[in-house]
Design a protein around this ligand. Sequence first.
Ligand code: 5GP
Length: 120
Amino acid sequence: ADADRGAPTIFDKIIAKEIPSTVVYEDEKVLGFRDINPQAPVHVILIPKARDGLTQLSKAEARHEEILGHLLYAAKKVAEKEGILDGFRVVINDGPTACQSVYHLHLHVLGGRQMKWPPG
Ligand code: 5GP
């Protein structure tokens, strides 16, 4: 239900280090860690440490502009660190129709293999 999408998620526990993750990028605003079910040789999840109502991109408001830009630039830094700057993909799944499963905004940074288009 839509109401459940404001509930805490597994990513809160990852941010709090209550459950382990392999962190590949971190700064004061965002955290990047390896996806537990990788869809490519490099698959990093990049999240804002403060969700601030950003359960999904479609809930974005003007106050989120800065963190949204910060996340996208951090995605480039993740790609650089992971050695996939020659070709990578950034994905945001928004809502059930797009297979979003965790309601804390996140970017998927994928690479290390040839990607297909359209993704399906
Ligand atoms: P979504 O489907 O919402 O766009 O993506 C959520 C992603 O989070 C999935 O790719 C899933 O594998 C990943 N994920 C879910 N739970 C965990 C977890 O506990 N640890 C890690 N590292 N990734 C997770």
